[in-house]
Write a protein that binds this ligand. Structure first.
Ligand SMILES: Nc1ncnc2c1ncn2[C@@H]1O[C@H](COP(=O)(O)OP(=O)(O)O)[C@@H](O)[C@H]1O
Ligand SMILES: [Mg+2]
Length: 140
């Protein structure tokens, strides 16, 4: 069960908690693969050069740092660890990866970096829970 785990992270505290649980789950399930996904919003091309390239680089660097913090939180294991950096809408990217990689479970936070206090589920987690092709473990 849960041989292939997809962990979605956005740099939030919830996502770090999700990363720790994904690591524990992978170790206890003796999973084969843990794939960490971060999606970043497309950068509008109307920025023009050189601003466009500067904005792209900044966003890629930020996403790399988010991935690195998540991988640290996952902790050590013998599991095959992959990281995916995807441009596009967060929920659509997560669902697409889960489908193409045949993930057995998606692990993610209930909330993220959004500022709408009071919501139980954020916009990404709500959309993923509604359309995911596999079970979703929501970490509070
Ligand atoms: N850009 C993203 N890439 C990957 N995962 C994400 C992204 N944004 C959110 N997530 C995942 O979804 C969880 C919930 O975030 P979200 O639904 O966006 O809440 P909020 O509306 O508070 O930002 C996060 O903890 C993270 O696991
Ligand atoms: Mg969000």
């Amino acid at each position: 069960m849960f041989k292939k785990i997809l962990l979605a992270v956005d740099g939030s505290e919830h996502a770090i908690r999700a990363a720790k649980i994904a690591g524990d789950l992978a170790r206890s399930m003796k999973s084969d693969e843990l794939r960490v996904v971060v999606a970043y919003e497309p950068i509008p091309p109307y920025l023009g050069e050189p601003n466009l390239q500067v904005a792209i680089n900044a966003r890629l660097q930020e996403a790399q740092e988010i991935l690195k913090r998540a991988v640290d939180a996952v902790g050590d294991s013998n599991i095959d660890l992959h990281t995916d950096l995807i441009e596009g809408n967060s929920a659509e990217a997560i669902i697409e990866v889960a489908k193409t990689r045949n993930s057995d479970v998606i692990v993610m936070g209930s909330r993220g970096l959004g500022r709408l206090a009071g919501l139980v589920l954020g916009s990404t987690s709500q959309k993923v829970v509604s359309h995911a092709p596999c079970p979703v473990l929501i970490v509070r």
